[in-house]
Design a protein around this ligand. Structure first.
Ligand SMILES: Cc1ncc(COP(=O)(O)O)c(C=O)c1O
Length: 390
């Protein structure tokens, strides 16, 4: 292992002097969360009906600019509901990236779709427009009723890129390719609340998208997710089927189709609403941490993955590129044994037992990154000698 990687540990400890061990990403709570939670409990409205759900949804709409924001129990459920609400039929394929968190593929599968895995770009860690274009040219046949995968015979329903660790992928190019082929675009923006592309918040480029508010995300509700969409029909359908498909009536229980109980409870939304009141400070702190890592990296010859020009990243998790898999293993073992939580990027989806038979394209970049990407601690910093925490 390179000598400087031993020094990196001291640098990380200087960023988080009051934490031992230093977690990869810990949530930060303040008095507001406690105040809103107490208010929520006193009101007795703790389930999915309650004012904090609406307040939290409104705060996300205002921040992201999406016309609709529908709060869900988690991001995985949000992917499932968004796909079903957009019209996915059982067995249809959704093209996504092999290098992603398993929830992207699981959400597709739970909606009865079939994920197809393509390559990512080395600089964004997100779906590669070149790989998408090549995949479509090689494998897809346009018919009257849509695009079909000639190798599997299945219809392609949508393309689902993911903004890895809050770094925006080349979403505008991907959108243009989707338009050329007449394919729906749905972003998995679970990791990218606070990430913008030329001033537009991620999640606004396609027909719908999802966010996650898991405890490890920059803004958390404990557990939670959100569907964003500018499409009224999808929003209405998503709200309906995620609320047991109950028709509005003062006392009668009539459900007009199969539904889910997937709406976010009021208690969770209360926490999220408090966090959204200081989102700008949270993202600013995370941008500053990324800058500190980047400066350290430049001085010491270690590459950190950067936002692309024209994009503004939430820098959810800072990602470093090491030399090879051996170095990765050595650094992971050394840092985790010495009080600094680090982790490798995910095992590629096509290597997991439940997805090993799913169709995938060439994955050269994904394989390269799988061996080399390591995440380092990235929580909002709270300490006297670093910029004031939000
Ligand atoms: C890329 C990606 N997609 C989807 C999800 C699913 O979110 P959740 O954990 O809220 O189900 C997550 C996060 O955890 C994620 O990182």
């Amino acid at each position: 292992m390179k000598r400087v990687l031993y020094d990196l540990l001291s640098f990380i400890k200087s960023l988080y002097p009051n934490e031992d061990p230093i977690p990869l990403h810990a949530p930060r709570f303040q008095e507001k969360e406690k105040e809103y939670l107490a208010d929520c409990i006193d009101s007795t409205y703790v389930s999915y009906v309650g004012p904090y759900v609406t307040k939290f949804e409104d705060s996300i709409r205002a921040y992201t600019g999406a016309r609709h924001a529908i709060a869900m129990v988690n991001g995985t459920a949000a992917i499932q509901i968004a796909l079903i609400a957009a019209g996915l039929q059982p067995g249809e394929e959704v093209i996504t990236q092999a290098l992603t968190f398993v929830a992207t593929a699981n959400g597709i599968k739970h909606a009865d779709g079939e994920p197809v895995f393509i390559d990512v770009d080395k600089d964004t860690l997100g779906m590669s427009p070149v790989a998408l274009s090549e995949f479509l040219s090689r494998n897809i046949e346009k018919r009257n009723d849509g695009c079909y995968n000639t190798k599997t015979g299945r219809k392609i329903f949508a393309v689902m890129p993911m903004h890895t660790f809050g770094l925006a992928c080349r979403i505008k190019q991907i959108k243009a390719i989707c338009e050329e082929w007449g394919l729906l675009l749905m972003e998995d923006a679970a990791e990218s609340l606070g990430t913008f592309v030329e001033g537009i918040h991620t999640g606004n480029f396609g027909i719908a998208s999802v966010l996650s508010f898991n405890g490890n995300k920059p803004v958390t509700t404990g557990g939670g997710g959100m569907i964003l969409t500018n499409n009224d029909a999808i929003a209405e359908k998503a709200r309906h089927i995620s609320t047991t498909a109950k028709l509005k009536h003062q006392w009668e229980f009539f459900h007009d189709e199969l539904g889910w109980n997937y709406r976010m409870p009021n208690v969770n939304a209360a926490i999220g609403f408090a966090q959204m009141e200081r989102i700008d400070a949270i993202i600013k702190n995370k941008q500053e941490t990324a800058q500190l890592y980047s400066e350290w990296g430049k001085k010491n010859g270690v590459q950190f993955i950067h936002e692309m020009p024209g994009t503004h990243s939430n820098y959810w998790l800072n990602a470093m590129v090491v030399t090879n898999r051996d170095e990765r293993e050595e650094f992971l073992a050394y840092s985790n044994a010495n009080g600094v939580q680090t982790r490798p990027i995910w095992v590629l989806m096509n290597k997991l037992p439940m997805y090993k038979n799913n169709f995938s394209g060439p994955l050269e970049n994904s394989l390269w990154l799988e061996d080399r990407i390591v995440n380092v601690p990235s929580s909002v910093r709270i300490c006297s000698d670093t910029p004031r925490a939000p």
